[in-house]
Design a protein around this ligand. Structure first.
Ligand code: SF4
Length: 469
């Protein structure tokens, strides 16, 4: 009988043309999708041309996806030049999937943002835009020149970040060399309580195993606790596996996954893999969601875990709700429900994770349903609470140029729904970032101190079909 394999091992075996692989094997695999963006795209293109020739063509012009997202809203002309390099390459290669920030022109200065998020070719943050635009399916291998490319593993695929050199090789050949990672299994039991989001779950995991505890391993999230999460919340789990050094993160494919992929995929066939009974895990951890408390990661590391309650005396100067981790529409719904009818006490910056999220913030009410006449949108609720809301991009998640919206330009304490809090990550090297769920960030925005969201939330927050259809 064939030796049992995990989901990741099966995906690698299928893409290597083998019946079986073992952790530690080195194999060549075919890549289904390669994504790059405005920061790493120009470097990748440069290496591709240097190694494959000035007139070389990419291996498959329908499998290369380019999504500018990082340094969009800045007057920095080097950033605008990067966009131009991408445009030239897309034209030269005839690439099908490029999401242009059409409002970035050759004029110097800060670009005027899109006026209507539904009427721009720009999509916002790549990891949010990839599934929205139909580039993510179960059973595939997706590589991206961004460490958070692991996000797409929430859809039951192998998704991982690569450097520019590996990406240039994939551009030229459609292949990469992979060492098969061993799989760590993290099981969550019970239904997600109203005061927790997936951010609390992943902070618990990273706090337990440390920022190097998953190095070059698959992190598999299982159990009825994970099934109870929305697909968007599962993306928060897989997004942050790289914060533990993980090679990739995966969740099981269920009806929620299939509903999303059926509605969005630009390819109409895919293969669903799951772990065989009796497959070998590197290690296993288990949590009961009923006993887990709202968590934060204190400066300066995502594994510096504490409970929000323990940090209640920590004064906070700013709140930030955004990024591929914490700027999805369900994150906005969580924050808006908590802030509805209140006024924030500290400056609170909100950045939609994609232009689709931005459009949904205008279109939906805080239950995630189409807003009726006289009802407030998510956007209005956040605005009425005193939040400062910008156009979609990576914005201050990674600091960026000095004129970036929400950037921490001074030493200050910030509570943030983003995924990294190393020194300088959001701007000033002496600013202290507390990573938290959108509920904890919103509760903190109301008090100016790290605040446990249980002080405000007791009932489940409905999200409807927001972020799915
Ligand atoms: S939002 Fe932040 S973590 Fe996500 S891709 Fe952009 S910079 Fe990276």
């Amino acid at each position: 009988m064939a030796k049992p394999m995990t989901m990741t091992e099966k995906i690698i075996a299928a893409h290597a043309g083998r019946d079986h692989v073992n952790p530690g094997d080195n194999v060549w695999v075919g890549v289904d999708v390669l994504m790059t963006h405005d920061v790493c795209g120009p470097g990748t293109i440069g290496i591709f041309k240097e190694r494959f020739g000035q007139n070389a063509k990419v291996w498959d012009k329908d499998r290369v996806v380019i999504i500018p997202d990082h340094y969009i809203f800045t007057a920095e002309d080097k950033c605008h030049r990067n966009i131009q390099i991408l445009r030239d390459f897309v034209r030269e290669q005839g690439l099908k999937y490029y999401y242009d920030p059409d409002f970035v022109t050759s004029e110097p200065g800060m670009p005027n943002p899109y006026k209507d998020p539904t009427k721009t070719s720009y999509k916002g943050v790549c990891h949010k835009a990839l599934p929205e635009e139909g580039h993510v399916r179960p059973g595939e291998i997706l590589l991206g020149t961004d460490s958070h490319s692991c996000t797409a593993g929430a859809f039951g695929q192998l998704a991982s970040g690569v450097g520019n050199t590996d990406a240039a090789f994939v551009l030229g050949t459609g292949k990469t060399w992979l060492k098969v990672p061993p799989t760590m299994k993290f099981t969550f039991r019970g239904q997600i309580p109203p005061y927790l989001t997936a951010k609390d779950l992943i902070l618990a995991v990273i706090g337990e195993i440390s920022v190097s505890g998953g190095t070059y391993k698959t992190m598999y999230f299982a159990g009825d606790g994970v099934s109870s999460l929305t697909l968007e919340d599962r993306m928060t789990l897989t997004n942050m596996v790289i914060e533990a050094g993980g090679k990739n993160g995966v969740c099981d494919v269920d009806e929620k996954t299939l509903q999303y992929v059926r509605a969005r995929s630009n390819v109409d066939h895919w293969t669903v893999y799951k772990d065989d009974p009796g497959c070998a895990y590197d290690c296993e951890y288990e949590w009961d969601l009923g006993t887990l408390e709202p968590l934060v990661a204190k400066p300066y590391s995502p594994d510096n875990k504490d409970t929000a309650h323990n940090c209640r005396d920590v004064k906070i100067d700013r709140a930030y709700i955004g990024s591929c981790t914490g700027g999805k529409i369900t994150d906005m719904i969580f924050a808006a429900n908590l802030l509805s009818g209140h006024t924030v006490k500290i400056p609170t910056y909100v950045v939609p994770g994609s232009t689709e999220v931005h459009a949904d913030m205008l279109r939906l009410n805080i239950q995630g349903q189409a807003k009726q006449e006289g009802e407030k949108s998510i956007y209005q609720v956040l605005e009425d609470a005193g939040c400062l809301i910008s156009a979609s991009s990576c914005a201050a998640c990674l600091g960026g140029p000095m004129d970036t919206f929400g950037r921490l330009n001074e030493p200050m304490a910030c509570i943030s729904t983003t995924n990294r809090n190393f020194p300088g990550r959001m701007g000033h090297k002496d600013a202290g970032v507390y990573l938290a769920s959108p509920l904890t960030a919103a509760a903190t925005a109301l008090t100016g101190y790290v605040t446990d969201p249980r002080e405000y939330v007791s009932e489940p927050i409905a999200t409807g079909s927001a972020g799915v259809l």
